[in-house]
Ligand binder design. Structure first.
Ligand code: ATP
Length: 258
């Protein structure tokens, strides 16, 4: 169909000392499809995720540096305003989150994404009124991801795949326009693989834009509508999965990294 970018990035650079982790001239993520961001270890994928979600800043003001999400310029925005604009990423469950129940993780997800201001000052009362509503929504999402029976269990007791589902469910608490998944298949046992892929595809079928970073080539081939390949901080190829995997530049980048 006609291109309809939800995310546009121009001239974004991040250096760590002498290493250029990210040096992207131009990248667009199209609305309503599943885009995979792949590349060898150290290619800059995580750094790129951090930059566009406001968890990290570009190194220097570069000529023509600009990025926007859904028509909104994001160059100088904080992580919470990025989330408010509708771009949300999953986070791996940390120690602290593992010691909380599944339900509390969901409630925290709502708070994280909507921003602290809902919990403070005049917004606090609004929040209290909304709490029941938010809780109902959390239960719906847990039901959808087959986690409702686990709602009072510690997140730390979940299997690898269930944790990935919880991370997704938590991110969805804020009704994002785009969900960004960092290695959704890492640590998922084969029994849950199909279910996880199915969930990601149904989100896309409902109109959600999905961007994920992944090492698992089976997953990349199976569900990506578009694949972007990064190496040494740059975008070296993009296209359909079979196209980029046949691209000599991509083959060379992977071989060179091992
Ligand atoms: P992987 O697939 O292994 O997760 P990646 O594609 O996500 O790799 P990044 O983690 O973004 O790659 O790393 C890109 C480069 O930047 C690497 O050379 C890495 O060592 C370097 N780098 C990333 N974060 C930092 C940091 N905080 N300090 C110093 N160097 C960093």
């Amino acid at each position: 169909g006609k291109p309809d970018p939800i995310l546009k990035v121009d001239n974004i650079v991040r250096n760590f000392g002498g290493i250029t982790a990210v040096d992207v001239d131009h990248l667009e993520v199209q609305r309503g499809i599943i885009t995979a961001l792949i590349g060898p270890n150290g290619a800059g994928k995580t750094t790129f995720f951090n930059l566009i979600t406001g968890f990290d800043r570009p190194s220097s003001a570069r000529q023509g540096a600009h990025w926007s999400f859904d028509g909104r310029t994001l160059d100088k925005t904080s992580a919470s305003s990025v989330a408010l604009a509708g771009m949300v990423r999953t986070f791996q469950l940390t120690k602290a989150l593992n010691r909380m129940t599944v339900m509390d993780n969901m409630m925290l997800g709502a708070r994280d994404q909507k921003g602290e201001r809902l919990l403070n000052g005049p917004f606090w009362f609004t929040w209290k009124k909304q709490e029941a509503e938010v809780e109902a929504k959390a239960k719906d999402l847990l039901q959808r991801f087959s986690l409702l029976a686990k709602k009072d269990d510690f997140a730390g007791s979940l299997s690898g795949g269930q944790r990935k589902l919880l991370e997704m469910a938590r991110a969805l608490m804020s009704d994002p326009k785009m969900i960004m998944l960092d290695e959704p298949m890492a640590g998922v046992n084969p029994a849950l693989t199909q279910s996880l892929l199915g969930h990601i595809q149904s989100l896309r079928d409902e109109g959600m834009t999905v961007l994920f970073v992944e090492h698992d080539m089976h997953m990349v081939r199976h569900i990506s509508d578009w694949v972007v390949v990064m190496a040494e901080g740059r975008i070296i190829s993009e296209g359909r999965a079979d196209e980029v995997m046949a691209d000599q530049a991509v083959v060379d980048a992977y071989l060179g990294a091992h």
